[in-house]
Design a protein around this ligand. Structure first.
Ligand code: PLP
Length: 373
């Protein structure tokens, strides 16, 4: 019998059981529309209020600065497109952002904005000199991710915020990979906007939030009703919001414990590769999201590895994919200049809080077996 091992927690995570239990009443019995004035809606109104408070506390924000969205993609789109109405016309972002940012920037460009893309070094850290050079009085927004979804690199957001603010620009960070995994204080980091997604920290899929610091000028993303302080219309997904808050609070309380566990799993995994003399480059910075191991294996084929692991019940991700004509290397792996003979063999193993030492060993041993077969 094949025992399944899920090691793709950067893609999505298993829903926390307490979060699941917390959402049930709002799916079955407490279904009053929170915008209605009658007493049946009191409990859903209260649930939204309390969830907003829990989430705000987890990132050092005020409850009224948390806006519920359908996830990271929406929060990113809202930010990039919401600055259209500013009289400044330039957005600075990085070359290794998630496509939710990069593709929103393409749309913003078509609408007449200028977009500048900062390069990164071989560890994936944005070029701060280039930021200082490129930023002008025309820059409305600097958007740099808190942690990269492929290689896990954590960016120096406080320093980036300082440069942005000196020139009167606002600072957005896509923190989808970071929230619930590293401690975040929006005031200590001086962040104006922050995107997060419930399913990356054991909450449900299809729910997220955008933190918007009070006073930050951003236009409404959804036109319709008056929900979310008139900025994001649409009846709230109360059950998912409640579950997201429970899951986030639980992960935030366990941050240190989870981090120690996940660093240990990373080491166990890499030790097996080293003992078996696998030639690989570890991608990403020393300061990275716990549990993320992105490696480029010499002369290997990442996509083939993914499929052969799949046949053995092991789920990971790749940094390259074949189309009908050629190998497509991800924009992140290209940006950090992984040598050609390694780039095709890029895989991302992302351990989560439910993985065990035995699983980390088995994933690595199975990779070794495949490479040697
Ligand atoms: N930003 C980053 C860095 C991500 O990793 C992801 C998801 O992989 C997203 C945005 C999109 O989030 P969602 O799946 O909630 O739309």
């Amino acid at each position: 019998m094949i025992i399944l091992i899920y090691a793709d927690n950067a893609a999505t995570t298993k829903l926390d059981i307490e979060a699941f239990e917390a959402m049930k009443p709002y799916l079955l019995n407490e279904y009053g529309n929170p915008s209605q004035p009658y007493s049946f809606s009191r409990s859903t109104k209260k649930a939204l209020r309390e969830s907003r408070k829990i989430i705000a506390e987890c990132i050092g924000a005020l409850p009224e600065e948390i806006y519920f969205t359908s996830g990271g993609t929406e929060s990113d789109n809202w930010t990039i497109k919401g600055f259209f109405e500013s009289n400044r016309r330039t957005i600075i972002t990085s070359a290794i952002e998630h496509h939710a940012i990069l593709n929103s920037c393409i749309t913003a460009e078509k609408m007449g904005l200028n977009i500048k893309y900062l390069p990164v070094n071989s560890k994936g850290i944005v070029d701060m000199k280039m930021l200082a050079n490129d930023i002008t009085d025309d820059t409305s927004l600097v958007s740099v991710m808190l942690a990269n979804n492929e290689i896990g690199t954590i960016e120096p957001i406080a320093e980036i915020a300082e440069i942005a603010h000196k020139r009167g620009a606002y600072l957005h960070t896509d923190a989808v990979q970071a929230v619930g995994h590293i401690s975040i204080d929006v005031n200590a980091l001086d962040i104006d906007l922050l995107s997060a997604s419930g399913h990356k920290f054991n909450g449900p899929r299809g729910i997220g939030f955008l933190y918007i610091r009070k006073g930050t000028p951003i236009s409404a993303y959804m036109d319709g009703g008056l929900q979310e302080n008139k900025l994001r219309a649409g009846t709230e997904n109360v059950a998912a919001v409640v579950a997201m808050a429970i899951a986030l609070r639980k992960n935030c309380l366990l941050i240190k414990e989870n981090e120690n566990k996940l660093r240990n799993l990373e080491n166990i995994f890499l030790k097996v590769l080293d003992e078996n003399k696998v030639e690989y480059i570890r991608n990403g910075a020393e300061h990275h999201i716990p549990g993320n191991v992105n490696i480029s294996i010499k002369d290997a084929n990442g996509e083939m590895l993914l499929h052969r692991l799949d046949l053995k019940g092991i789920y990971i991700s790749t940094g390259s994919a074949c189309d009908s004509l050629s190998m497509q290397i991800s924009h992140v792996i290209k940006a950090i200049n992984v040598p050609d003979d390694y780039a095709n063999g890029t895989i991302r193993v992302s351990f989560g809080r439910d993985n065990t030492e035995e699983e980390a060993t088995r994933v690595a041993e199975t990779i070794v077996d495949i490479l040697h077969s």
